[in-house]
Ligand binder design. Structure first.
Ligand SMILES: Cc1ncc(COP(=O)(O)O)c(C=O)c1O
Length: 404
């Protein structure tokens, strides 16, 4: 893969930082940069055929509606689901989980039921479940992770002996980079009678989401981590759940007929999409999938794996650096450096034009487990090169030398 030519499609890299440095962006796990094609698709909608969807019969409305709906098909193919009608647009992963919990989980949970999350969950896949459990007097428990930062399957099997309604698990950890064996988790959970929600926020950019193989009951991702726009994402529901569960929200567009006291609700994903949708965002998501589709899958994996392995190897050689999580991982490395606070690290990196993250990464239970308040984190995208990794290591060594 020609990374220089791919990188040239991302306009943000054409400028220098305010301090006159080349921009090295190592925070794709937080949000990915946008290629020109995504930006053009969004501005093309606003300037070429702007109208609301699902309402008007005039041509911009027709074109907006067909383009919007075509993205549902692209998403369905991209994550390998049976039907586009199982894909509901939301404003992102967090929104998907909150809506699912409020519309469905709190109605199906019974007092004393168990909900399982894991110790490596992002707050987005933890706090909404906590609230549901509090409301329904259900028990929330965490599947422990082992020394390597991987799911402890023995512990999971033991936990599943209690009556479990839901298992909610991330496919890839945004802190450890751990790639969870989702198929194994769903098989165990289903055998115990639990439904499984998969947080695919990180996995989506690795082109590894495969709902048919994973057999997830629910799955969500955000477009902005897939080189698409912010404020848009999806919630997938298996089988006929789209028509069976309560609507995720209520209002215009999702009804069949409305009276003062009662209303009827549509079938299909539109049942859950009340009000004017993030049309530009959905169209941008379609362009993002088109963009990722141009990248050969095997080479995409190889590229991200090579960068991650190289950074892991070079980091491990530096004294005083401690890396969290397993060696086998996807695109994310969290680490601490003896004697330097992660926020000081990221400030020094910023001065050299290198964007790295510092903080708890919305995973405080995991930070507690590792007994650190925060870590530094680098993560890679399709525009990163080996030179970016070398710059990162060079700046880290310089920063360390400064503090010594
Ligand atoms: C694993 C994981 N889950 C959920 C989220 C939340 O995604 P969003 O902020 O797009 O809703 C993130 C974002 O970093 C994440 O990494």
């Amino acid at each position: 893969m020609n990374i220089a030519s791919i990188k040239s499609q991302f306009p943000i890299f054409k400028q220098q930082t305010p301090l006159g440095k080349e921009l090295v962006y190592l925070d794709t796990a937080s949000s990915a940069q946008k290629p020109q094609s995504v930006i053009d698709a969004i501005s093309g909608f606003y300037s070429g055929y702007y109208a609301n969807t699902g309402r008007g019969s005039y041509w911009p409305a027709h074109k907006a509606t067909t383009t919007f709906e075509s993205v549902r098909e692209k998403v369905a193919r991209y994550i390998n689901v049976q039907s586009k009608d199982q894909v509901v647009f939301t404003s992102g992963t967090t929104d998907s989980i909150n809506k699912l919990v409020n519309a469905h989980v709190i109605h199906s949970l019974e007092s004393g039921d168990q909900v399982l999350v894991s110790e490596m969950e992002h707050h987005a896949n933890l706090v909404p479940w906590q609230e549901a459990c509090k409301l329904k007097e259900a028990n929330i428990k965490a599947i422990p992770i082992n020394e390597e930062g991987e799911i402890d399957f023995e512990a999971l099997e033991l936990l599943l002996k209690a009556k479990t309604a839901f298992v909610s698990i991330t496919a890839i950890s945004n802190v450890l980079g751990t790639v969870n064996d989702v198929s194994r988790i769903t098989a165990l959970a289903h055998k115990a009678g639990a439904k499984v929600f998969v947080d695919a926020a990180q996995a989506i950019a690795h082109k590894t989401v495969d709902v048919k193989t994973w057999k997830a009951d629910f799955l969500a991702f955000s477009a902005h981590k897939l080189y698409g726009p912010t404020g848009v994402g999806i919630l997938y529901m298996a089988d006929d759940l789209v028509n069976q569960i309560k609507p995720l929200s209520f209002g215009g567009g999702m009804i069949t007929e409305v009276g003062i006291e009662e209303s009827g609700y549509r079938k299909g994903p539109q049942r859950h999409e009340a009000g004017t949708q993030n049309i530009a965002g959905v169209i941008g998501l379609g362009a993002a999938i088109d963009f990722v589709d141009t990248l050969p899958e095997f080479e995409l994996h190889n590229h991200l794996n090579e960068l991650t392995s190289l950074a892991y190897e070079l980091l491990s050689e530096i004294q005083g650096v401690n890396i969290l999580g397993p060696e086998e991982r996807a695109g994310v490395i969290s680490f601490t450096v003896e004697g330097i606070h992660p926020h000081d690290l990221s400030t020094f990196f910023n001065e050299q034009g290198v964007c790295i993250r510092a903080g708890h990464h919305c995973a405080q239970p995991l930070m507690n487990k590792y007994k650190v308040p925060a870590t530094a984190r680098v993560s890679f995208g399709i525009y990163n090169s080996k030179e970016d990794v070398m710059t990162f290591i060079k700046v880290l060594k310089e920063t360390k030398a400064f503090f010594e």
